[in-house]
Design a protein around this ligand. Structure first.
Ligand SMILES: Cc1cc2nc3c(=O)[nH]c(=O)nc-3n(C[C@H](O)[C@H](O)[C@H](O)COP(=O)(O)O)c2cc1C
Length: 224
C-alpha cells in the first residue's frame, strides 16, 4: 500500500514503478503469495472520528471500523492479510497526516480500552518504508526513537513491525529548476544508485533494505 499523496513522483521515490510493481507481484506469486497493490492517493478517507462504535459492548466483531468511507474495504482486506507492506512519507519529522489517518483507522479498532491489549484475533506483519530527505545518520540520531513511538500502534495487529528508512529521497527530478538551494544536487543524485537497489530488492520480494542501503553508503564513503 503506497502511503504517499502524490502519484508519479512517489512511485519514483518509493522505487516501485508500474512495471516494477508487476515484477514484485510476480515475485510474490512465484512463492505462492497472493498480493494486491493499493494506492492511498486514490482513496477518499478520514482519520478516526472517535465515534467509539468499535468500543461498544456486545458488537459482533471485536475489531471492526464502523465509519464508512473509501478506506473501509481496504481495512477489511488488511485485517485478513498476512502482511502489510506500506510507505509513509516523513513530513516535519512525523508520518504525514494522510498516513496517520490510516494508522488510526487500522489500529484503533484493534486496541482494547479495557487493558490496552489487542482484541484483533489475526496476525499481520507490517513493513513500513519511511521516505525522507534526511540522510541515514540523521535518521538514527534524530528520528529513530520517535518513529518507533509513532508507528508503535501497529503492534495491535499482533505481527512483527519493521521500519525501513529510505533516506535522502529525490523530491524533484531536477533540482536546478527549483528554489531548493539547501540540497546538494550531487548528493541527491547518489540516491539514484540506492534507488535501483531498492527496486531490485522489491522485485525479489527481499525486504532487508536497510543493510543494502548501508552497504552502499559505506562503499560510497570508501570510494571518496
Ligand atoms: C510538507 C513536507 C514536510 C517535510 N518534512 C520533512 C522532514 O521533516 N524531514 C525529512 O527528512 N523530510 C521532510 N520532507 C521530505 C519528504 O519526507 C520526502 O520528500 C519524502 O520523499 C516524502 O515523499 P514525497 O516527496 O512523495 O512527499 C518533507 C516534505 C514535505 C512536502
Amino acid at each position: 500500500m503506497s502511503g504517499i499523496r502524490r502519484k508519479r513522483e512517489t512511485v519514483d521515490t518509493f522505487g516501485i514503478e508500474q512495471d516494477d510493481e508487476k515484477e514484485a507481484q510476480k515475485g510474490a506469486e512465484s512463492i505462492g503469495d497472493e498480493n494486491e497493490y493499493i494506492d492511498m492517493y486514490d482513496l477518499n478517507y478520514n482519520g478516526c472520528r472517535s465515534c467509539m462504535a468499535c468500543k461498544r459492548k456486545g458488537i459482533e466483531e471485536p475489531c471492526k471500523c464502523y465509519w464508512k468511507d473509501g478506506l473501509s474495504p481496504i481495512l477489511e482486506k488488511i485485517w485478513k492479510a498476512d502482511r502489510l507492506i506500506t510507505g509513509a512519507p516523513i513530513y516535519y519529522s512525523q508520518p504525514s497526516g494522510g498516513f496517520r489517518s490510516f494508522l488510526e483507522r487500522i489500529t484503533f479498532p484493534a486496541m482494547s480500552y479495557n487493558d490496552y491489549s489487542s482484541v484483533f484475533k489475526g496476525k499481520v506483519d507490517v513493513d513500513v518504508f519511511l521516505t525522507m530527505n534526511t540522510p541515514l545518520n540523521g535518521y538514527d540520531q534524530m528520528y529513530k526513537a520517535k518513529m518507533d513511538e509513532y508507528f508503535g500502534p501497529f503492534r495491535f495487529l499482533n505481527g512483527n513491525v519493521r521500519l525501513i528508512p529510505v533516506c535522502d529521497t529525490l523530491q524533484v527530478k531536477d533540482y536546478s529548476k527549483y528554489e531548493m538551494g539547501s540540497f546538494s544536487d550531487e548528493h541527491k543524485k547518489a540516491f539514484q544508485k540506492r534507488h535501483s537497489m531498492i527496486r531490485t530488492s522489491l522485485k525479489s520480494w527481499n525486504l532487508p533494505l536497510r543493510s543494502v542501503i548501508e552497504r552502499h553508503e559505506d562503499e560510497e564513503k570508501r570510494s571518496k
